[in-house]
Design a protein around this ligand. Structure first.
Ligand SMILES: Nc1ncnc2c1ncn2[C@@H]1O[C@H](COP(=O)(O)OP(=O)(O)OP(=O)(O)O)[C@@H](O)[C@H]1O
Ligand SMILES: [Mg+2]
Length: 255
């Protein structure tokens, strides 16, 4: 049997004693990009944090398989080692850790290495950072747009196989959304033919603006901790634009 890259079956998750996700099924194959849409508070970031393995997010039912392995009880470090990479909605500032240091670790270079790999340095410039910026503590005092660009830069250095983006377009101006989208497309190998792509992604957005620039294969709508529907991203977005997420409530009742 061919194994999918990520298989989430019958997942229920509790946070601080509250059940936030119930009956989530989601299957992502190698080379596919999926989109997760849904209103505020639907549970999108909860799914993201659960897949990353944050201990606060307790899986009470179901399982998560990655590369055919049951990772439901794996630590975040092990999941990252297996090839999961993330761009957070609101990443924390890390006082005392310079952006350059974290990039060295993520690109697999020795922490004591004098300089960044030239390839990573090229990415730094592509994402419109200058060399002085690398001396700054990660996310400390970064503008909203700089935070998002730095998240993508770190992913480009890390080269994960499965990448989750939690609202990469929120708080970013139009010009920078296009720049981020261009790099997301590189991360997800959109320059290659469909059958040749190895990298997969899950893109969380509630406005869908970034989908003008990043082509996705499938979209899912999360409502009240359940997947209300899945299908063609353009069609689903069109329905949401016409009826709002209110229209998804009907579908929730059917499922
Ligand atoms: N640590 C926590 N403690 C208590 N409740 C939480 C916690 N984390 C999330 N929740 C609750 O779980 C629900 C889902 O939150 P989540 O952040 O996953 O939503 P979201 O879909 O990402 O929303 P948004 O679009 O606003 O980012 C919310 O009601 C939220 O208050
Ligand atoms: Mg969120």
């Amino acid at each position: 049997m061919i194994k999918l890259l990520l298989e989430i079956t019958d997942l229920a998750v509790e946070v601080s004693g509250k059940e936030v996700l119930t009956d989530v099924d989601l299957y992502i194959d190698k080379g596919e990009t999926h989109v997760l849409l849904g209103p505020n508070g639907a549970g999108k970031s909860t799914l993201f944090m659960t897949l990353l393995g944050f201990p606060k997010y307790k899986v009470t039912r179901g399982e998560i398989l990655f590369k055919g392995e049951n990772i439901t009880n794996y630590s975040t470090t092990d999941r990252v080692r297996m090839g999961i990479g993330v761009s957070f909605q609101n990443p924390p500032a890390i006082r005392g850790v310079r952006l350059e240091d974290i990039l060295k670790v993520e690109s697999g270079a020795d922490e004591d290495a004098e300089e960044l790999d030239p390839e990573v340095m090229e990415l730094v410039h592509k994402l419109k950072f200058d060399e002085k910026f690398l001396d700054r503590d990660v996310n400390l005092g970064f503008s909203g747009g700089e935070v998002k660009r730095s998240e993508i830069l770190q992913l480009l250095a890390q080269k994960p196989d499965f990448i989750m983006f939690d609202e990469p377009d929120s708080g970013v101006d139009i010009e920078n959304v296009e720049l981020l989208a261009e790099q997301i497309n590189i991360l997800l190998e959109k320059d290659k033919k469909i059958g040749m792509r190895e990298k997969s992604g899950l893109l969380i957005t509630h406005l869908g603006y970034i989908l003008n620039f990043v082509i996705a294969d499938t979209a899912h709508v999360l409502m009240d901790g359940k997947i209300a529907c899945s299908g063609n991203p353009a069609e689903i977005l069109d329905d949401i634009r016409k009826e709002g997420f209110k229209g998804c409530v009907q579908c929730c009742k059917v499922h």
